[in-house]
Design a protein around this ligand. Structure first.
Ligand code: UDP
Length: 459
């Protein structure tokens, strides 16, 4: 372990699991390289500091007299769609973040830099400048999807966002191999706000002192090269984060985790479909039922994460037909949340039915587990296109045509015959990821460069 004194980094994650998890993994990587880490956090999803004993957590709050401590009240966010929620987060935390950062930096110990999530955009830039701090950005998504985000002004000018349903299968010639239906948008009441959030993210990346990516060169070489020739900012593709040596303590297992492991231990190797749609996506009740019947009719074992909120307007499981689980017996297990890293690493898992969030995509590739792709919104659509058409480690099952017959057939083919070589190709990427992380691998080399880069800010 290197000397920790005078090597402090402040981090500012976006408070969703798909953003917080990679930021905490990155914190572990920096800690392992001798840095101390302070994490500034919003009240939304405030983490349990006892699970991360190496890091200091600070709640961001208003310091000014007469203002409430917590910038975010529940009533302001309930019922908002994701785009409006992010708008409120960015607005409400801009000033309190500035105050908290100033207090932290004024505390005496030298701070090397701020690492902020790209979604915060330029909000964090002025705050960092005011206290003389350099700002490095963490982009928690992949390089291919960022390419599409960076093209938003062009795509808008060319009318792609208003493309009619009949053009959804048309190619986007500027962003091959994407089709119109793959563009990283989301259903929202406020499409202009989505445009502002995305363009602010891209501008915030351009004006940063460096970008850290949870991807690796052998996976996204061309996309990383293309981006870095257009953005004159140093890039550090050091992923996959969760496979680095880091100082994160092993996750403590709860009763549900143990139940999952015990159940997986009883299944045949590569026989289980693990189905999970991440932490934010939701589905209609009718689609939920098609999935349930499709999984059952496939006669394959399945582990299915149905978190509260997954099925629109319900808690989830109450929509299942009476006696559904009895009928399945030991063939299927439904849980509210799983330790996904552990599940994917279990030898019983044969395929991951995923919404193609970037973390899920990288986590699956790193375990050599092929995917069934049902993207829901934003970058998930781009990821799914790369998974199926470029890396060829997955098959698509489109969300708008959930049909139990098709689900049954896709699931069976993915498990029984390894999906036309997708398992072998995925194992190939797993090996590449290991190589990138090994001695003189690209991710290890980029990490060395990153450490030198942030230390050079001092001088
Ligand atoms: N995750 C988990 N258990 C679950 C579902 C998700 O641990 O039951 C984790 C998963 O490992 C990943 C993150 O939550 O690190 C989800 O991020 P992703 O980018 O895949 O999707 P998002 O939730 O942002 O849509």
């Amino acid at each position: 372990m290197e000397e920790r004194k005078g090597r402090r980094i402040i981090m500012f994650p976006v408070p969703f699991p798909g953003h917080f998890n990679p930021m905490i993994q990155l914190a572990g990587i920096f800690h392992h390289r001798g840095f101390s880490v302070t994490i500034l956090h919003t009240s939304h999803n405030f983490p349990d500091p006892s699970r991360h004993p190496h890091f200091t957590f600070r709640a961001i709050s208003h310091k000014k007299e007469g203002e409430g401590e917590d910038p975010l009240s529940r009533s302001e966010t309930s019922g908002l769609d994701l785009v409006s929620f992010i708008r409120v987060l960015k607005q409400k935390y801009a000033e309190p973040f500035r105050e908290t950062l100033a207090a932290e930096v004024g505390g005496g110990e030298t701070v090397c830099c701020l690492v902020s999530d790209a979604i915060w955009g330029r909000n964090t830039e002025d705050a960092a400048k005011e206290v003389g701090l350099r700002r490095v950005v963490l982009r928690t998504g992949g390089a291919a999807s960022f390419h599409a985000f960076a093209a938003f002004p062009l795509l808008r000018d060319k009318g792609y966002f208003s493309a009619l349903d009949s053009r959804l299968d048309d190619p986007v010639i500027e962003l091959s191999p994407l089709k119109v239906k793959d563009l990283p948008v989301i259903e929202t009441n406020d499409p202009d706000e989505l445009y502002r959030i995305i363009t602010d993210m891209v501008e915030g990346v351009k004006s940063s002192s460096g970008v850290i990516w949870n991807t690796f060169q052998d996976l996204e070489r061309d996309q990383i090269m293309d981006l870095s020739s257009n953005f004159h900012v140093p890039f550090f593709p050091i992923g996959p984060f969760h496979k680095h040596n880091n100082d994160l303590p092993p996750k403590t297992k709860n009763k549900e985790d143990n139940g999952i492991t015990n159940w997986l231990d009883k299944q045949e190797p590569k026989s289980v479909v693990y189905a999970s749609f991440g932490s934010l996506a939701d589905i209609e009740e009718k689609d939920f039922l098609e999935i349930a019947w499709g999984l059952r009719n496939s006669k394959q074992s399945f582990l299915w994460v149905v978190r509260p909120g997954l099925v629109r307007g319900t808690e989830g499981l109450e929509s299942l037909p009476c006696g559904f689980m009895d009928n399945i017996g030991h063939k299927g297990k439904i849980v509210k949340w799983a330790n996904q890293l552990e599940v994917l690493a279990h030898p019983a898992v044969g395929v991951f039915w995923t919404h193609c969030g970037w973390n899920s995509t990288v986590e699956s590739i790193c375990e050599g587990v092929p995917m069934i792709c049902t993207p829901c919104f934003t970058d998930q659509r781009v990821n799914a296109r790369y998974i199926t058409d470029v890396w060829r480690v997955g098959k698509v099952l489109e969300r708008n045509i959930m049909d139990k017959g098709e689900i049954e057939q896709v699931v069976r083919s993915a498990i029984i015959d390894g999906g036309d070589g997708m398992r072998d190709r995925c194992l190939g990427f797993k090996e590449m990821a290991e190589k990138c992380l090994g001695k003189n691998g690209s991710s290890s080399n980029y990490l060395d460069k990153l450490v030198r880069h942030v230390l050079s800010f001092d001088s």
